[in-house]
Design a protein around this ligand. Structure first.
Ligand code: PEP
Ligand code: MG
Length: 580
């Protein structure tokens, strides 16, 4: 039995035999054709392209109707590749000029495209290499006619193990047969991850060598809550995880009962429990799981898979959809957090050595004022439709906040002049996710309406640990005393100035940290839809008096190890069924 730790990207636990996708790759021999066969070969190639286009478009339509337009649009990249005349001509030329078989020509040209994508400095574009591989496989499948073991025809429940899964492979997984998946590579922002979460498939990514360590048929456990994969588990481990699996399902079911109950501690201290979203259609999911508002709408996902900028109308439509779905509950729209690991077509113009310390987020917005104002106009217009709040990410100094607010004021004036409606009392807040902003929180509190602490970045910047690098993942914990002290500074500043303070980083969705955040005085917990009910359960279990005691104790420790061990122990005592 072996245990591997990866990145937990989609919650749930599953146990089943593995299907290892990479062992089913096509092998394409270098085959030549005779000159009289060229025309027929070109015909075969064109038919394969046409058929592949039909498949991609059908898939797009299915995904759009199942999980929404934004996810469906993921397939536009593949459609664009299949209609790219340059690509088609290159393949045709290899067939005509060099007399290669259509299969070999396709494989050669698509591989050269994949290499070009991978060499791009723009991480977002490099990630699109998955779409190139997908198009290659699709064309080859059509050309060869021989079918790979189709994931659509699985007869038994399985766990998929792959080097990487393309978005379309993920979207076409049969949810009743594919219990989970695990991959060698991948990160939080990949399309595959987004699709997995939207479909509710437990998943662990970033396992580096999992495909090499497993053979098809090996029994495997995927724990998407903790990012664990257990290979060939022994009987006792299977029993333990089976129990965890059942507990997870039971808990999910039981938690449903909490949906309409308030997020209040047993001794009457009430907090707000809100949802984090990337796409407007997720508002409905959050509300179905009892969210009383949206604390973070990551609007940069509007830029996914586009070769142009979203128009004001694109922005407006998305915000209007979210606000409409929230039915009177507040929606906190964050201005685009582009750069670092989330790129636009514009980012290709820059090559940054340290993108997480580069032109990211509000810095990007302030350097692209046209784009920023377009977004602000759409946000203001949408604010006329229901309670809306605007939030600026990655603020590091007061000048940035003042510039952003000044641009917002400009846009307000323009809209007033044009007679366009918006909410004149719209609240404006900042994400506190950089140590400089946390330390200077008192000053920021004088100039904004609320704070939302982004613990994902705050931890990364306070500890100098890349949040997406699996090699230093063990150093990354919001339980580090330095991170906790920064959070305390922010809360104290907010309480002193009477402004609201939320946490919207993943820390708020981790049950063990709830007591300390409650004890510190956090008023809003904004978490992903998957963890909403779990967090409500913790809040409803911990008396505020005890949370304050836990908090006091935690601040006596000088290492993250002690903090995390203590909080896990407290969590286990309070909620043994939840914190194993
Ligand atoms: C954070 O940094 O904690 C946060 C919520 O923002 P994001 O994860 O989008 O960077
Ligand atoms: Mg952040």
């Amino acid at each position: 039995m072996e245990i591997r730790k990866g990145i937990a990207v989609s919650p749930g636990v599953a146990i089943a035999p593995a299907v290892v996708l990479d062992s089913e790759q096509f092998r394409i021999p270098r085959r030549s054709i005779e000159p009289p066969e060229v025309e027929a070969e070109l015909g075969r190639f064109r038919a394969a392209v046409e058929h592949a286009q039909g498949e991609v478009r059908a898939l797009r339509a299915r995904v759009t109707s199942d999980v929404g337009e934004k996810l469906g649009a993921i397939f536009d990249v593949q459609d664009a590749l299949l209609t790219d005349s340059h690509l088609i001509d290159e393949v045709a030329e290899l067939i005509q000029r060099d007399h290669y078989s259509a299969e070999y020509a396709v494989s050669q040209i698509l591989k050269s495209y994949a290499r070009k994508f991978l060499a791009l400095p723009n991480r977002y574009m490099a990630d699109r290499v998955a779409d190139v591989y997908d198009v290659e496989k699709r064309l080859l499948r059509n050309l060869i006619g021989a079918r790979r073991e189709s994931l659509g025809q699985l007869s038994e429940p399985v766990i998929i193990i792959a080097h990487d899964l393309t978005p379309s492979q993920t979207a076409s997984l049969d949810r009743s047969k594919v219990l989970a998946f695990a991959t060698d590579i991948g990160g939080r922002t990949s399309h595959t991850t987004i699709v997995a979460r939207a479909m509710g498939i437990p998943a662990v990514v970033g396992l580096k060598t999992i495909t090499a360590e497993l053979s098809g048929g090996d029994v495997v456990i995927v724990d998407g809550n903790r990012g664990l994969v257990v290979i060939n588990p022994d009987e006792a481990t299977i029993a333990r995880f089976r129990e965890a699996e059942q507990r997870f399902h039971r808990m999910e079911k039981d938690l449903g009962d909490l949906r309409d109950l308030p997020a209040v501690t047993p001794d009457g201290h009430e907090v707000l429990l809100w949802g984090n979203i990337e796409f407007p259609h997720e508002v409905e999911v959050c509300i179905a799981r009892g969210a009383s508002g949206i604390g973070l709408y990551r609007t940069e996902f509007l830029y996914l898979d586009r070769n142009d900028d979203p128009s004001e109308e694109d922005h407006f439509q998305a915000y209007a959809e979210a606000i409409d779905a929230a039915k009177g509950r507040p929606v906190t729209i964050r201005t685009c957090d582009l750069g670092a690991d989330k790129f636009t077509h514009l980012s290709g113009e820059y090559d940054e050595r340290n993108p997480f310390l580069g032109c990211r987020s509000i810095r990007f917005s302030l350097q692209h004022i046209g784009l920023f104002k377009t977004q602000l106009r759409a946000m203001l217009r949408a604010s006329a439709l229901g309670p809306t709040r605007i939030m600026f990410p990655l603020i590091t100094n007061l000048k940035e906040l003042r510039q952003a607010k000044m641009l917002l004021a400009d846009v307000r004036e323009d809209l007033e002049d044009e007679g366009v409606l918006f909410d004149p009392d719209l609240k404006v807040g900042i994400m506190v996710e950089v140590p400089s902003a946390a330390i200077m929180a008192r000053h920021f509190a004088q100039e904004c309406d609320f704070f939302s602490i982004g613990t994902n970045d705050l931890t990364q910047y306070a500890l100098a640990v890349d949040r997406s690098n699996e090699r230093v993942a063990s150093l990354y914990t919001p339980g580090h005393p330095a991170v906790l002290r920064l959070i305390r500074t922010v809360v104290e500043a907010a309480l002193e100035s009477g402004i609201e303070v939320a946490v919207c980083g993943e820390m708020a969705g981790e049950p063990i940290y709830v007591p300390v955040l409650l004890g510190l005085g956090i008023q809003v917990f904004s978490v992903s839809s998957a963890t909403l009910l779990e967090i409500k359960k913790v809040i409803r279990t911990v008396p505020i008096a005890q949370a304050r005691e836990v908090c006091e104790k935690v601040f006596q420790f000088d290492s993250d190890r002690e903090v995390d061990a203590y909080l896990t122990e407290i969590g286990r005592r309070l909620l043994p069924e939840m914190i194993a």
